[in-house]
Design a protein around this ligand. Structure first.
Ligand code: ZN
Length: 198
């Protein structure tokens, strides 16, 4: 950050001994500002062997395809954010009981954490929202593989279709930075819901 969000003065970097790192500091407010990673969600909304994809009407990656995705808003749960993005971008209504986590991915170079979900499409009345040029239901063979919005997405979509064909959807934790990618896969045999509500 360059300017204080409280008073607009220019912030400076100050080393914080207890955190062992530089932080943004506003002299005028005598306040440290904590800038932490942003959380994004994506939702693969499935109908049989197909998933909902949307063609982005904004940058980055204007005109390219992605599952519905976006930032979690304040006051939202991860699940409600995933369902909202599917609805906003593709009018895709997700059956809430079907929603489950699919992946958590750290992108530390850009300070973002992605949480991916899979869920079932409640009805096939999908249409583009204001952030989409076009929406569609695609299976592995007709998906626009050469027009994906983000390179990291390809691996996950491939993995999902592979698992779907095997009938075994796992949970994947991964990280990607400039130098390497790594992934841990957890096979989940049962999902229990304890007092969960969106
Ligand atoms: Zn200030």
């Amino acid at each position: 950050m360059k300017f204080c969000s409280g008073c607009g003065a220019r912030v400076e970097k100050r080393y914080v001994e207890s955190d062992q790192r530089d932080r943004d500091y506003c002299k005028a407010c005598d306040t440290f500002h904590y800038v932490n990673p942003k959380i994004l969600v994506s939702c693969m909304v499935a109908s049989g062997s197909k998933i909902v994809m949307m063609r982005r009407a904004h940058d980055p990656s204007y005109g390219l395809w992605s599952p519905p995705a976006g930032f979690v808003e304040q006051g939202e749960t991860l699940e409600s954010a995933a369902m909202r993005e599917a609805l906003e971008e593709a009018n895709a209504i997700v059956d809430p009981d079907s929603l489950r986590i699919y992946n958590v991915t750290d992108l530390k170079d850009i300070s973002e954490v992605y949480v991916g979900f899979v869920g079932s499409l409640a009805n096939e009345d999908i249409r583009p929202g204001p952030e989409a040029l076009e929406v569609g239901l695609f299976d592995e063979h007709d998906l626009p593989w050469d027009k994906l919005a983000f390179p990291a997405m390809r691996g996950y979509l491939k993995l999902y279709f592979e698992e779907l064909a095997r009938g075994e959807i796992a949970f994947h934790q991964s990280r990607a930075d400039k130098s390497r990618r790594a992934r841990v896969t957890y096979l989940v045999s049962k999902v229990h819901h304890f007092g969960m509500a969106n």
